[in-house]
Design a binder for this molecule. Structure first.
Ligand SMILES: C[S@@+](CC[C@H](N)C(=O)[O-])C[C@H]1O[C@@H](n2cnc3c(N)ncnc32)[C@H](O)[C@@H]1O
Length: 195
């Protein structure tokens, strides 16, 4: 095994497992319960609106799906196929009751995702900011998009996510967007295509 391979093996064993453990711990302790509050609904509905506009009745992949909160806001005719993945097995266990013959949830790291399917929309709702190079990730995710497929990215607006958007926009062009503001703050939800 080369030095690089050993480093990769160590990185996946130690760092990624620790990240999953951290998310599991936080979900178990209720750290993310606030995502279910009414004040979060508008930013989910911005994603739903854009999904219906750009990928209606298509196949959708949600990355960092958590507890299936986005899917819970959908009508069954919105999609013909829905796949949700998340690093946290605790979150996925809570998403699992919403799976059916068209809907599948499973645990995976978005940076290691293996899927033999392509989708009309790949959605990152408040999740792409957890990888170090979001622009690179989107380029690599071209392999999961149908020819006319789009990315839909939603992020809470702050200094950190401003940098994330800069990196995303270096790799993609925005073809539609919705901004949502309430007493919590502002979320930007964009429909993107690779440049
Ligand atoms: C802030 S939560 C957002 C959850 C949900 N998408 C929402 O909009 O409410 C971020 C989610 O991303 C997941 N996540 C973080 N890093 C990840 C990774 N590398 N691969 C897959 N999911 C990841 C977390 O487990 C968590 O469920």
């Amino acid at each position: 095994m080369s030095l690089l391979q050993s480093f990769r093996a160590w990185f996946h064993r130690k760092i990624l497992r620790d990240r999953a453990a951290l998310w599991n711990h936080q979900y178990s302790r209720g750290r993310w319960e606030f995502l279910k509050l009414p004040l979060e609904i508008a930013r989910f509905d911005a994603c739903v609106y854009l999904l219906r506009r750009h990928a209606h009745a298509g196949s959708w992949l949600e990355i960092g799906c958590g507890e299936a909160l986005l899917q819970r806001r959908l009508a069954s005719g919105d999609y013909q196929r829905f796949v949700g993945v998340d690093l946290s097995s605790v979150a996925i266990a809570r998403a699992q009751p919403f799976a059916d013959h068209r809907v599948r949830y499973f645990v995976a790291d978005m940076q290691q995702l293996q899927l033999n399917e392509r989708f009309d929309a790949v959605i990152f709702a408040e999740s792409i900011s957890y990888v170090p190079h979001p622009g690179q990730l989107l380029r690599a995710y071209a392999r999961f998009l149908n020819p006319a497929g789009v990315f839909i990215v939603s992020l809470f607006r702050n200094q950190r996510t401003a940098h994330v958007w800069t990196e995303i926009h270096a790799a993609t062009a925005t073809i539609d967007q919705v901004t949502t503001t309430n007493t919590v703050g502002t979320w930007d939800c964009e429909v993107l295509r690779l440049r």
